[in-house]
Every structure is written in structure tokens, then in C-alpha cells.
Design a protein around this ligand. Sequence first.
Ligand SMILES: [Zn+2]
Length: 344
Amino acid sequence: MGEDPKLHLVAWDRVCFPIQQGGLGVRHLIPFNRALLGKWLWRFGLEETHLWRRVVVAKYGVGRGGWTSNTPRGTHGCSLWKHIWMGWEDFSMHIRLEVGFGSRVSLWHDKWCSDCPLKEIFPRLYECSLNQEDSIASVIISQGMGQACVWNVTFGRDCNDWELDQMVTFLSLLHTHTPRGDDGDKLVWGPCRKGIFDSRSFYHVLHTPLEICFPWKGIWGMKSPPRFAFFMWTVAWGCILTCDNLKKKGFVLAGWCCMCKNADETVDHLLLHCWFARQLWNFVFQFVGIDWVLPLNVPNLLFGWWNWFGKRSSGVWNLIPSCLMWTIWRERNKRTFENMESCG
Ligand SMILES: [Zn+2]
């Protein structure tokens, strides 16, 4: 029995979505692993004296500012750091530098005063700059204790008229970001408010599911047994094994609804629009004294139904759709597999 092949109901990518976006909140292992390895990319920039970093630097050399190694090349040796370093491109998109002394921050290449490096914001000025590879410390002149520093960025030619606006913007940007020069340069992690790296925030930027409107409250937000909730979750994705879904998976069968024997068996037909299902829904509507038109599909029903159509909170009310759909599903399975019909 355990050897029987099982059908996959919901795609693994969807299972890995957060619960609020229709998943089960399971971590997707590939981005999660990359997020954990990101910790080493972060530590490389901070742990200058540590033995492991010195070994990596001895082998691959150190990149500009000492925030990472040079690109690991070569086919020999252990590929551990090479593998970790492959995450640098994604990692570096989310870091910026906070300038202290400025010796580890590149004026043109690093993100330090804006969301982009200055060479990308002012490409024409960068082209004629004589400080293309310089650090901030080397283009700042200190005027003594307690005095503000002065910028000394030089260019290979005078500005053209049409470049003046850019030059003014560039210089004012520099002046509003003149470093105080009283501390070391710092690495700042953008996705976390405190600016310090954590794997959880890196995972979230590496694995951002599409914005999906999913009625998760109507499934997980009430006290129903997990089996019910899981059933409703597969129903909301339209993935329970109705005849139309079985046909999509390659089974050859008649495909009609065994309740009314009058239409194709789809999830929405079976649970909402089938004559048999409508009798049950109408019974509930009459019992509670409401008049409501059933929506086209299950997710819309769950959205609309939640908390008395959004009017007041009620745990029992919220349970009604899952109880009713579970009852229909059980009856349908009895008729399909045991050829039995419940009485009454
Ligand atoms: Zn039917």
C-alpha cells in the first residue's frame, strides 16, 4: 500500500509560498540554503583578522574595499568558497556602505550616498573623472580638528554647458553626504531595519512569491481540524481529485458529476453549483435567514463568507463552508467508490 504512486495535488512552488499567499509556509530549500550561506559573505567584510578570512584572501585575493574576495577562479582545490561566492551578485544588491573614514569606500563604484553607485547616476562625469578608482578618503581633505572636510574631486576637462546641471547635482549630493570621518566604514544590510544581516530577510528577498490574493483566513484562521483545513486548502487551489483534474493528469474516464449526473465534475460545480450542493447551501441560507447568490468559485466564496460577509466575527459561521464542502466531498466519494448514496 505504501508503494502506491501518489498524485501530487499542489505544485511544490506553491507549497513554499507563505501561508498568507496561499502556501504552507514551507521553506524552499535552494534559496534557503543560499540565504544561510549569505552569512559568510557578510562576515567576510567584518572579520578582517579571522583565520578563515585570511585563508580565503591568501588564496583568491581581496576585492575593492575588502568587503569580498576577488572572483574565485581556477579548477583546482576545494570549491567551498567558490560556491559561497556565487551568491555575491544577489547579496551585493542589498548592501550599502556607511562612510566613516572612507578608506574602504569607493567614490564612484560603491553604493554609499544613494541607491545606486555614483558612476551609474552620473555616467558622463564618471567618464572624465580623474578619481575613477579612488576611495572617498583620498578625495577628502581634512581641514583640521573640528573643521568640516572638503571634497577634492578632479576632472580631466572643464564642464560643457549642458553638463552644468549634472555637475551642480553631483556636488550638492557630495556636500550633503560629507563623512564625519570619526569611525570605520560600515556595511549596512538593506532588507533589515537594523542594517545587520540576517538569513531570514535574505531568504525573503531571494524567494519573493507573486502577490496572490488567497482566502487564507477562511482556511487557517479558525479552529477546524488540520485535515479539514488541508482539504479546504486544496479545494481553494482547485486541486482536489475531481474528474476534470484526473483527466488533466491523464486518466481516461467519463468525467460526469456523480451527484446530478448532468454536468462535468469540476471543483466549483461539485461544491457550489451542482443541484445537490445548491440544496445544501439553500438549506443553510434559509436556516440563518439570509439571501445570498453563490459566487462563481470557491476562493470568492471564502473571501465573501468570512465573518458574516465582513460584518461581524463568528467562529461557527466561518466553519460552515468547510463543513458543508467536506460533507459533499464525502458523499461524492461514497457514490464514486462504494456505489452508495446516503439517505435523506
Ligand atoms: Zn453535479
